[in-house]
Design a protein around this ligand. Structure first.
Ligand code: CUK
Ligand code: CUA
Length: 875
């Protein structure tokens, strides 16, 4: 019934919106589009709720697991636009991840028992917290297949650490930060022996173990401290999802499990399959443990066993110290989610139609009074299920995961089998609404929906199947993330987003304003360590060194070190000659300060690649084991002369004799011709410099220093301009020595620097004009858009005579100027005989065409022209 009401309201609202927009656009443009694309009013409202105009930003940023891609996917809400893939457990060539020395070191931190692992199965990203709320600093994510946790720095969205679990063979119930990011909880999944030896499956109960690893996290440096981390041994039940307590339950952790049957399958020997044996019991166990107490216990040697160099607290020690308990939970549960205040713990049984809501105060009381119903085979006290439950609710088929909203008691649960999201109240235990999703939803993601301070507004359904929702791209389909509006009484599905990268499990969303990533590095930074790179090279310090095995400079040494720099549009050095077999290390510093001026680097055929963000120093290393000539180049289209940003690595065999090629005689310019070219080049440079000086004068006159963004652009521009005197000196010297050809080339270099300066300078000027000009009326704004999109700007450039006259002052040029201009825009043909128009046609050899503007557009353009005249001094 409420659904019906909702549809009706949106319909009414929709009609109003369409009417408003349609009248504003004039001519029912929106209706036309709707008709052409077959959109309903509701579709249009949903589009308006998710659309970001060009340059627009999102309110929330989502970090989604990348599933089997081993990466993290970043996208915005509500636009659902993908912003980044973060390389984590998998090499990623664009970012150079795994192809340069420093990132390869991070990737190799994830080796297990010496074995290189180049993929991961990421499930649960977690954002660092302060008082149970996101602080926007660090992101942790687990790998289920190869039990590891990675830490990503949100100052540059790069992976900075990977730690592998020394006792687990698989881990699923992580990563979950404790409320002040003191620890990260990470539960095992498939029980296995903690040591690395063979143990027959018949000894499952004796030798196989589950557990929860409690990783110590230093939130100042964003690193897991392995020596202060430990694992709590648990029975070989398959531990699954976990959550950290918060508020009233702070200090505790909750992990559920399946296969408390401890069944071990054996189809091949005639046993019923795992899926039957592991789901026989009506209940499994929710593990309740006091991580705060366990962390204290782990500090004392006598409480821990060391296995594979890692601390393990045995079950008996945890039990003896009242730090580990079990509570029955409905069979084969999946998600366990603690409420924002920490009082309610909701467990979803994927084979049960119910959600079970446990109450922390009840659990605490049972623990305090030591009221146990018994012990499990490993001696862990069991608390009574009924006495710890607040209640159970029938939700539907296959409930999996939960998220919270700011509304008291409101919770959203995914129903895998029913393909629905259900909204209900965990306090009153009432179901409120259901929404169909497509299809087979796993996790769902609320906005900060599992923190102490959920933000509401949206829920994202992370569906496992897309089936028919998108164009068929072959048997392997993309995943389907669906954005649902939860701000109304009932849910409203807004939009589908195909995600073609692995099968995401959990995703977490944070308010965008809580993130403060950098736009550049301090010059010479090793982004993976945050420290100055040993290979930092500044302009003028470029060099090639040959060293011996002891690291001493030695012309006979076999280790070649290249200290290189990158700046638009050249790599220094441009020629590198080494001997076959040399061990080549290349340090590369991107000298740019300008935002988004990344250079990439590769040497053809050597399987190396680096991405150099502004200010970054990176390192590649390879053995030059094949002879030949290998071009190297910048792999990012960074400027008009990007293709020229290249050089040659030449590898010669020291044991070979090379006969030099016969040189071909080619025609060259004579001295007069060279001299003429030189003079022309210098003249062009002088003219270009004059343009730059006029921009500089404008910037100074309008106090650019008062505006941070403009000042930053000006700094970028002068970075380029400042390099000119050195080049000029070289040009003059060459000219004096009579090497005119060289002098021309240096003058050309000066021109390149000037163009780059002018490019940024003009951008700065445009930005400054916007800041100091009077405010545009809505009509003038619309006029400017029409001027640009309607074709006027093709001939008219404001402030300049172009292929048409400058329009500054156009309204003053004629009596009754507004009327005159308006008439001319609407019907130019009728005025070709007007003496003024005639003279313009003669001068420009062009007629003003009819651009078919309507009355409103013409009016807007005139408002825009008025605004130009008001600010004529700026153009
Ligand atoms: S799990 Cu995949 S849907 Cu790994 Cu959190 Cu539930
Ligand atoms: Cu640097 Cu292209």
């Amino acid at each position: 019934m409420t659904k019906h009401f909702n549809k009706l309201t949106s319909l009414v609202l929709g009609t109003t919106l369409v009417a408003t927009v349609a009248s504003a656009a004039g001519g029912g443009e929106l209706e036309k589009v709707m008709k052409a694309r077959g959109l309903t009013e509701n579709d249009v409202i949903r589009a308006a709720k998710t659309y970001n105009p060009t340059g627009g930003r999102d309110e929330f940023i989502v970090f989604s697991s990348g599933g089997q891609s081993g990466q993290v996917i970043v996208y915005g809400v509500p636009s659902m636009r993908i912003l980044k893939y973060i390389a984590v457990f998998t090499p990623e060539p664009w970012q150079g991840y795994g192809y340069d020395v420093d990132s390869l070191k991070i990737l190799r931190q994830g080796n297990i028992r010496g074995r290189e692992i180049n993929w991961g199965d990421t499930h649960h990203p977690a954002l660092s917290e302060k008082d149970g709320k996101y602080d926007g600093r660090w992101l942790a994510i687990n790998d289920k297949a190869n039990p590891r946790i990675a830490i990503i720095d949100l100052h540059d969205f790069e992976t900075k650490q990977i730690v592998s679990n020394k006792v687990f063979k698989s881990a699923h119930g992580g990563a979950f930060f404790t409320p002040n990011s003191e620890y990260i909880l990470d539960a095992a999944q498939y029980a296995a022996p903690f040591d690395n030896n063979y143990h027959p499956i018949e000894e499952y109960k004796e030798s196989y173990r589950g557990g929860v690893t409690i990783w110590k996290f230093d939130d100042k440096i964003g690193k897991i401290i392995e020596k202060d981390s430990f694992t709590v041994e648990m029975p070989p039940y398959m531990q699954d999802l976990s959550d950290s307590g918060k508020g009233v339950s702070n200090g505790w952790g909750f992990t559920n499990s399946f296969n408390t049957e401890m069944y071990t399958g054996g189809i091949e020997v005639g046993m019923p399959p795992n899926e039957a044996g592991m789901s026989r019991n009506d209940t499994d166990f929710l593990h309740v443990y006091n991580w705060e107490k366990l962390a204290k216990l782990a500090k004392d040697k006598k409480n821990v066993k060391i296995i594979n160099g890692h601390k393990v607290i045995p079950i008996e020690v945890a039990v003896k110290n009242d730090a580990l308990f079990l509570i029955p939970e409905p069979k084969s549960p999946h998600g366990v989610d603690v409420s924002p205040d920490g009082e309610y713990i909701t467990v979803c049984g994927k084979l049960d139609t119910h959600a079970s809501v446990y109450k922390w105060s009840k659990i605490k009381e049972l623990i305090k009074s030591k009221k146990y119903t018994g012990k499990d085979p490993y001696g862990i006290p069991i608390l009574d299920m009924k006495s710890s439950l607040h209640g159970q609710v029938e939700l539907g088929l296959g409930p999996l995961h939960n998220q919270y909203s700011p509304v008291d008691g409101e919770i959203y649960t995914s129903l895998y089998v029913d393909s629905q999201v259900v909204k209900w109240n965990y306090k009153t235990l009432k179901v409120l609404d259901k929404e169909n999703v497509h299809y087979n939803i796993g996790h769902l993601c609320g906005m900060e929906g599992k923190t102490a301070d959920p933000q509401g507004k949206y829920i994202i359904a992370l569906n496992k199947l897309a089936i028919d929702r998108f164009q068929n791209v072959g048997p392997l389909h993309p995943q389907n993330h669906q954005l649902i509006d939860i701000s109304g009484k009932t849910m409203d599905l807004l939009v589908d987003m195909p995600l073609p990268l692995g099968e995401p499990h959990q995703a977490v969303a944070i308010r965008a304003e809580k993130l403060h990533p950098h736009v550049r590095y301090k010059m010479g930074t090793n982004s993976k360590t945050g420290k100055e790179h040993v290979g930092k090279t500044l302009a003028g310090q470029e060099r090639i060194e040959r060293r011996n095995a002891k690291g001493k400079i030695d012309p006979k040494g076999k280790n070649v070190f290249i200290y290189s720099t990158f700046v638009r549009s050249h790599i220094n050095p441009e020629r590198i000659t080494v001997n076959k077999g040399d061990n080549v290390t290349m340090y590369m510093t991107n000298l740019e300060r300008a935002q988004d001026e990344t250079h990439g680097f590769t040497v053809d055929n050597f399987n190396v690649h680096a991405s150099l963000e502004p200010g970054e120093t990176a390192e590649i290393n390879f053995i030059a084991d094949i002879e030949g000539v290998f071009p190297y180049y910048c792999t990012e289209f960074c400027s008009a002369l990007h293709l020229e940003m290249m050089g040659y690595l030449m590898v010669k065999d020291p044991n070979k004799k090379y006969v030099s090629a016969q040189k071909i005689k080619m025609g060259t310019m004579n001295k007069e011709q060279l001299d003429a070219e030189y003079k022309k080049t210098v003249a062009v440079n002088d003219a270009t410099d004059a343009v730059i000086q006029s921009v500089v004068a404008f910037l100074k006159a309008n106090k650019f220093g008062d505006h941070k963004t403009v000042a930053a652009l000006v700094t970028d521009a002068f970075d380029q301009y400042g390099q000119i005197p050195a080049q000029k000196k070289l040009a003059d010297e060459a000219y004096k020595k009579g090497d005119i050809e060289k002098a021309i080339l240096f003058e050309n270099m000066i021109w390149q620097l000037m163009v780059k300066t002018a490019d940024v300078g003009i951008r700065a000027k445009d930005a400054l004009v916007r800041l100091v000009a009077t405010k545009q009326s809505a009509s003038a704004q619309a006029g400017e858009r029409t001027f640009g999109e309607g074709g006027c700007s093709g001939c008219h450039v404001i402030g300049k005579v172009s292929s048409g006259p400058d329009l500054t002052g156009a309204l003053q040029r004629h009596e009754n100027g507004e009327k005159w201009v308006s008439k001319f825009i609407l019907n130019p043909e009728e005025m070709y005989d007007d003496p003024y128009v005639k003279s313009m046609i003669d001068y420009f050899n062009l007629k003003m065409p009819n651009q078919h503007m309507n009355e409103q557009e013409t009016k807007d353009i005139i408002e825009y022209l008025k605004w130009i005249d008001e600010n004529a001094n700026l153009f």
